[in-house]
Design a protein around this ligand. Structure first.
Ligand code: GLN
Length: 487
């Protein structure tokens, strides 16, 4: 395949090739399809593909000859919780294994209008609950850097597929870290948007006050280009906010002079933070200084309550959201005559262990007698955490932080210990508790695997976070490492 040689590795490269007729949309789509057919069996990122419709859309685009739409001809995937009419939307759960979406999510519709070409749906932890993709009831996804390792989760299919050049971007979701952590494990770039920046309409819910939808892509510029298309107010999602959509992809910053960048003391001192990753993070602090940035240590003492607060609230919301999977309204039904039996049997048979744990924990903390002691208390702590971040952002432009306390771990290593798995989210959940935005970018390799940082910004300050991320990305040049190893 001579075309494999001309595979564009960023959205900008693909656009340049399409607009200057160096490649047709059909050829471009075929190059990515070829890669998926050739090597996704080893990675397991796609759950369902739609190559025929992808080729059809590409042909139409070629016939029109008009590549002016923002993402015209750019191949991508959707995490299997984002509805695309006519395709399955399984949430990687047995209960929705045969469920076909009857309508498009707002993001899927926006991407279609932008000319992007959907290649298929990718794996996730069941109902997006997890940090390794191992909770998928349908398939194991492996880390393309080392197939013994997990790709992270829950958007593990998105991150692995982008890392292995099975598409030029993917749409994931982040409730407690599910975009940033797998992006980190797979050496790609992922943005958790501010709560209310991108519509959740048509996206299967986990914990509605935390869920956010955002891009995973090869570079900061790619993420920015996708964000421009999917951000904005949506009358079908009343939690989206009517804040103007910036020109995210006009990235102009060349160094960090004049920027004050916060570093959270409690993150650096966190128990279980791998020594080599800590060293790598400390090096980033030096890089920031060398680029002219002012680094300021900040203390966020409530950080120690973040994991229990997050899991308490997220599981409570999950237990409510998952009540709809009762065997009657959606998906599979157990074969029994009695109605009560039908509810219990359907849910017992077709929901996985982590999802059942969420339902039980959440129902417990919402029940009379425990509601005030657990749910209300956690909600109050959440408000205090949010206030801590607001105070911090009065002193700094952005915060730079590690993404995960350890590198991608072995498949099977943490599956028997849910608490150890929850601790993977120690550096990510606060952004969701506070509703702010965070960009995960790869920096270098540590332990033979990608390592990286996240840049946290105040709510709706995505532009600033992307600008600073882009400066650091250029400094590190991780894309070249990824190209040389995974292309
Ligand atoms: N691992 C976290 C959880 O299971 C976060 C998952 C996510 O962000 N969707 O809740």
């Amino acid at each position: 395949m001579t075309k494999t040689l001309s595979l564009p590795t960023t959205i900008a490269e693909a656009q340049e090739m399409l607009r200057n007729k160096k490649i047709t949309a059909l050829e471009l789509v075929n190059v990515f399809i070829h890669r998926i057919e050739e090597s996704d069996e080893r990675i397991g990122s796609y759950l369902e593909t739609c190559f025929d419709s992808a080729r059809e859309s590409a042909r139409k685009l070629d016939e029109s000859g008009d590549f002016s739409a923002p993402l015209a001809g750019i191949p991508y995937s959707l995490k299997d919780v984002v509805s695309k009419k006519g395709l399955k939307n399984t949430a990687a759960s047995k209960i929705l294994e045969n469920y076909v979406a009857p309508y498009d999510a707002t993001v899927a519709e926006a991407l279609e209008q932008s000319g992007a070409i959907l290649l298929g749906k990718v794996n996730t932890d069941e109902f997006t609950m997890g940090s390794s993709c191992e909770n998928s009831a349908l398939q194991v996804t492996k880390n393309p850097w080392n197939t013994q390792k997990v790709p992270g989760g829950s958007s593990g299919g998105s991150a692995a597929s982008v890392a292995k050049y099975f598409g030029l971007f993917s749409i994931g979701t982040d409730t407690g870290g599910s975009i940033r952590q797998p992006s980190n494990f797979c050496g790609v770039t992922g943005l958790k948007v501010s709560y209310g920046r991108v519509s959740r309409y048509g996206v299967i819910s986990y914990a509605s006050s935390f869920d956010s939808v955002g891009p995973i892509a090869p570079t900061v510029d790619c993420v920015a280009k996708v964000l421009e298309v999917i951000a904005g107010h949506d009358k079908k999602d009343s939690t989206t906010v009517d804040v103007s959509v910036d020109s995210y992809s006009q990235l102009q910053l060349s160094d960090l002079s004049g920027k004050t960048i916060g570093v959270i003391k409690e993150f650096i001192d966190a128990d279980g933070f791998d020594a080599d990753l800590k060293q790598s993070f400390k090096h980033t602090i030096q890089v920031i200084k060398d680029l002219g940035g002012t680094v300021k240590e900040i203390s966020l003492p409530l950080t120690k309550y973040a994991i229990p607060t997050y899991y308490l609230l997220a599981k409570a919301e999950a237990s409510t959201n998952l009540a709809r999977y009762d065997g009657i309204r959606f998906g599979k039904t157990a074969d029994v005559n009695d109605l009560y039996q039908q509810y219990t049997k359907t849910r017992s048979e077709f929901l996985g262990p982590e999802v059942k744990r969420a339902i039980m924990m959440g129902t417990y903390t919402l029940s009379a007698g425990y509601f005030d002691a657990y749910y209300v208390k956690a909600a109050k702590v959440r408000t205090l955490i949010k206030q801590e971040y607001e105070k911090a952002f009065a002193e700094v432009d952005v915060i730079v932080a590690p993404v995960t306390p350890f590198s991608a771990f072995n498949i099977g290593e943490k599956t028997s210990d849910p608490l150890a798995m929850y601790l993977a989210d120690i550096f990510t959940v606060t952004a969701n508790l506070a509703g702010i935005c965070g960009l995960s970018i790869p920096t270098e390799k540590v332990h033979g695997l990608p390592a990286g940082i996240q840049i946290l910004g105040k709510a709706f300050d995505e532009k600033n976070v992307l600008e600073i991320g882009s400066v650091l990305e250029k400094q590190y040049g991780f894309s070249e490492i990824r190209k040389s190893e995974l292309l």
